[in-house]
Design a protein around this ligand. Structure first.
Ligand code: HEC
Length: 179
């Protein structure tokens, strides 16, 4: 009896002295009072507003919160055609959180185009991607300015656009699924 007791204490000591197993997502993440507060911060330091909030860059971030994430009607033209920083409020309103994380980790299953920085969002902590979703969703669905649909290569956009096609040899026309 005593022997068994001593053995179990010894086992306990061994188990306690093993290093704690690291959780899969033990990489840096933003810590804040709420996930929404982390998301609000991440959208700014992650440069997400620059392409998904109208006039964010031109006004150096002085945009009413009501317009946050309602999309940017200025296109990005390149070998992939022309794409637009979409309205993420309407998207978060109709997408599940898990789907949101999957899109940002897999470059929309390899269908995503530049200049959306898929290669960066793929490396973000899931907790951060979820925090961004929660914050965007908390803003509520809002349709602001109409965001044009993306265009195939060779079609001239009627909207204003940024021309990224001057170095076609160095830019791919699609994005490989990041790993
Ligand atoms: C340089 C501009 C740019 C930046 C910076 C940017 N995006 Fe995007 N984003 C885009 C464009 C353009 C698309 C559309 C890409 C396409 O059509 O393949 C897009 C697409 C998306 C989508 C996919 C929406 C859907 O389901 O169709 C999500 C989600 C998204 N961005 C989130 C983010 C987040 C979060 C950040 C910040 C970490 C960010 N974006 C930063 C330009 C940008």
């Amino acid at each position: 009896m005593l022997r068994r007791y001593l053995l179990s204490i010894a086992a306990g000591v061994i188990i306690c002295s093993l290093p704690a197993k690291l959780p899969a997502q033990d990489k840096p993440r933003v810590v804040a009072a709420t996930p929404e507060a982390a998301g609000e911060y991440l959208l700014i330091v992650g440069s997400c507003h620059d392409c998904h909030t109208p006039k964010w860059t031109e006004s150096q971030g002085k945009v009413p919160a009501d317009d946050y994430m309602t999309g940017n009607p200025v296109g990005y033209k390149g070998p992939w055609g022309t794409v637009y920083g979409k309205n993420l409020r309407t998207i978060a309103a109709r997408q599940s959180e898990d789907h949101w994380v999957n899109v940002l980790k897999t470059a929309d299953d390899g269908d995503g185009h530049l200049p959306m920085p898929w290669h960066n969002t793929a490396k973000m902590n899931d907790a951060d991607l979820r925090a961004i979703y929660k914050y965007v969703k908390s803003l509520g669905s809002k349709v602001g300015e109409r965001i044009p649909r993306s265009l195939e290569p060779g079609i001239e956009p009627t909207s204003a656009y940024v021309d990224l096609s001057t170095r076609p040899a160095t830019l791919p026309d699609t994005v490989k699924k990041p790993r």
